[in-house]
Write a protein that binds this ligand. Structure first.
Ligand code: NAI
Ligand code: MG
Length: 360
């Protein structure tokens, strides 16, 4: 049977960019004989409007069964006043939590035609291709004790950085597996100089490294890592880091490459019975209410998220290369949505025209 894909387009520009991915999926079926069993469902505000919850139980169950989930974006001003328990974001958080997606993959890849958009000099980012793997389900965002407590005559806010060996290890294995498919270099970032969890992190990464003798491993304090990312980002291939440092470092790395409209991501969990990891692919951007409904959104982030699905869920690295090459070519040809225009640039194309160009 064909590999299965659940599409959750969501809100705002989510359905607009996803429509272009649907066309591309159709193209792979027609022209490359690569067929998927695609099902579609609601998430976020769209699910709330229909079911009163941002993710229906049936959708959650389906997400657990399929080979990969591809999500557009959730949220929008219409839902800002909703109770926290039914906010659109909760739909996404529920997916991540129940699928136990512990490894968040954030590539920072610079398309040469967009090197001008980087916050760095062109020569520092031209050809840049790094992958940050952020541990997503543990660390200081989740550790107990947490809360605001009375202490003497004042309050104290407490969060706890807590990592078990197995949490560090499973993320490390995901990162090393990726390194094996890439340039076989992995840099682990923590603060072992001042944090116990950092000392353990470093030890566990070194243990896991023994199973990957081909991968060249290095360690860096995360603050130095931040400096190196903006000083000489091309020194990195895969970076493996914890939830908090990964949150910050991946946003920092994103700006090395330019527009939010170009950034894909993946979140992976444990392997299923068929050997494929549980997986959710989504653009980094949100629902962009300021341009939603106007046909202006850049579909590339969502298209590149599907390319990641091809590579990491469906073992179709060659087809992923093909799709990424299409993005590269279209940009080199000067086809640009509004977010990719410089002040003096020509006329922007629409979302569907960008889709046309990619298909062509
Ligand atoms: P946003 O990413 O939606 O938009 C930020 C800016 O980037 C806007 O000016 C937008 O027009 C532009 N932009 C984003 N994606 C673009 C694309 N593909 N093409 C062209 N321009 C693009 O972030 P914002 O405005 O902070 O949040 C808007 C809504 O999205 C909120 O409800 C927020 O909660 C939600 N959100 C959802 C996320 C998700 O579904 N994973 C992630 C971030 C925000
Ligand atoms: Mg962040």
């Amino acid at each position: 049977s064909n590999p299965s894909l659940l599409i959750l387009a969501g809100d705002g520009i989510g359905p607009e960019v996803m429509a272009q991915v649907q066309r591309i999926i159709g193209w792979f079926g027609d022209k490359r004989g690569l067929k998927f069993d695609v099902s579609e469902d609601l998430v976020g505000g769209a699910a709330y409007d229909k079911h009163g919850v941002p993710l229906h139980d049936d959708t959650m169950a389906r997400a657990q069964e399929v080979d990969a989930v591809l999500l557009g974006a959730v949220g929008g001003p219409k839902y800002d006043e909703l109770d926290f328990s039914v906010k659109p974001e909760r739909g996404l958080l529920r997916l991540r939590k129940e699928m136990d997606l512990f490894a968040n993959l954030r590539p920072a890849q610079c398309f040469d035609a967009l090197a001008d958009f980087s916050s760095l000099k062109t020569e520092l980012v031209s050809g840049l291709d790094i992958m940050i793997v952020r541990e997503l389900t543990s660390g200081v965002y989740f550790g107990e004790p947490r809360g605001i407590f009375e202490e003497g005559n004042e309050r104290v806010g407490i969060n706890t950085q807590r990592y078990t060996e197995s949490e560090i290890e499973r993320g490390a294995r995901a990162a090393f597996d990726l390194a094996m498919k890439r340039d076989k270099r992995l840099c682990s970032m923590e603060k072992a100089n001042v944090m116990e969890s950092g000392i353990l992190w470093r030890e566990v990464v070194n243990e896991v490294a023994k199973d990957y003798p081909e991968v060249e491993v290095s360690h860096m304090y995360a603050d130095n890592g931040a400096m190196q990312l903006v000083r000489a980002p091309k020194q990195f291939d895969v970076i493996y880091t914890d939830n908090l440092f990964g949150d910050i470092l991946s946003d920092c790395a994103a700006m090395l490459t330019g527009s939010l409209g170009m950034l894909p991501s993946a979140s992976l969990g444990a392997p299923m019975d068929n050997g494929r990891p549980k997986a959710l692919y989504e653009p980094v951007h949100g629902s962009a209410p300021d341009i939603a409904g106007e046909g202006k959104a850049n579909p590339c982030a969502c298209v590149l998220s599907f390319a990641m699905a091809l590579r990491y869920s469906f073992n179709e690295g060659g087809e992923a290369d093909r799709l990424e090459a299409a993005v590269e070519k279209v940009l080199a040809d000067g086809v640009r949505t509004g977010d990719l225009m410089q002040a003096d640039g020509g006329t922007p194309v629409s979302t569907s025209e960008m889709g046309d160009a990619l298909l062509a």
